[in-house]
Design a protein around this ligand. Structure first.
Ligand SMILES: [Zn+2]
Length: 320
């Protein structure tokens, strides 16, 4: 997938700088706040949180800021007997946490750890993911209780492709399902007939990219809908008439990158909006300027900035 390269870096955003070390410090402190109520209120997101924080540190060029062995031990402590992963130790296995676990292990080159301690290796993780595909429609469930969503379909293809196990599922059926979620405006929804939403566009285009079937996308029509997500302030919204939010820099921007239409938006204006969402004192990014920061928006803001290629000091990100 083509990435935005050098030309244009730093152009037009010189009044706004990236506070790299503040962000590194902010993410590192998240691990030491177990005495705060907020820590326990977010237990259902703990494994996702580690993925967001770890990836943000890699994008910032500080991949070793979290202790590697502690990270591996925590991830493995979330694995269940069925091969899937829960949000935290003792939680039920779910697609979203299993995808985060795979992404973390791949990022720190620790997939082999799944073969240790009688865990059944990556094959067992792949089997858990494959067991969640509806073989009639091609879509995936999040867990044994059966809710389906294009997010789970993308997550499944993402994790299985990282593990080299895509052959465990029916990829052509999954592709057919995604096509059934395409709307007349060029966007995609959570299920057939559902309203277009930028987050779902990312999951559908990402899945089609992994499946090697971007040829099925009407790129000009989708590119037009995605470009219209940029509002006056430079940020993106997820649907028409909604407020801009820094995380949509990623959901919209990466979708545009995957269909080679990232040059259809004002990259400098978007980067300026994202940088305004920083907390320049305490570190981290919020959804909008002046709001409270969180690790989710910190990760997606940095990923969005990396994708745009107009700010120095970030590692390049793969849109898929
Ligand atoms: Zn957001």
């Amino acid at each position: 997938m083509a990435l935005v390269a050098g030309p244009g870096r730093a152009g037009g955003t010189s009044d706004l700088e990236l506070h790299t070390m503040k962000h590194v410090a902010y993410i590192k402190t998240l691990d030491t706040r177990s005495d705060e109520l907020q820590y326990w209120l977010t237990e259902h997101l703990r494994l996702n949180g580690v993925y967001w924080g770890l990836t943000a540190l890699h994008l910032l060029g500080h991949p070793d800021a979290l202790p590697r062995q502690d990270t591996i031990d925590f991830v493995l402590s979330c694995q269940r007997d069925n091969g899937g992963f829960g949000a935290a130790p003792g939680h039920d296995a779910h697609m979203l946490y299993t995808v985060s676990a795979v992404q973390i292990l791949v990022t720190i080159d620790a997939v082999d750890e799944l073969d240790q301690r009688d865990r059944g290796g990556k094959q067992k993780v792949g089997s858990f993911i494959a067991s969640l595909q509806d073989r009639e429609t091609g879509v995936f469930k999040g867990d044994e209780w059966g809710e389906t969503d294009t997010r789970f379909l993308y997550g499944a293809l993402n994790a299985l492709s990282l593990l080299g196990l895509l052959d465990l599922v029916d990829v052509p059926k999954a592709v057919t399902y995604i096509q059934s979620c395409e709307n007349f405006d060029g966007g995609y929804g959570i299920s057939p007939g559902a309203e277009s939403h930028a987050g779902q566009v990312f999951t559908c285009i990402g899945a089609l990219s992994i499946a090697g079937r971007l040829d099925l996308v009407n790129k000009d029509r989708l590119g037009a809908w995605l470009s219209e997500r940029q509002v006056e302030k430079g940020g993106f919204n997820g649907r028409p008439e909604k407020l801009p939010d820094a995380c949509y820099a990623w959901w919209v921007g990466t979708s545009l990158a995957m269909i080679d239409r990232l040059h259809w938006i004002d990259r400098n204006k978007l980067a300026a909006f994202i940088l305004q969402c920083q907390d320049p004192e305490a570190g981290g990014f919020a959804d909008r300027p002046g709001n409270m920061v969180d690790v989710y928006h910190t990760h997606f803001s940095l990923a969005g900035l990396s994708l745009l290629g107009v700010v120095d000091g970030l590692q390049e990100v793969d849109p898929v």
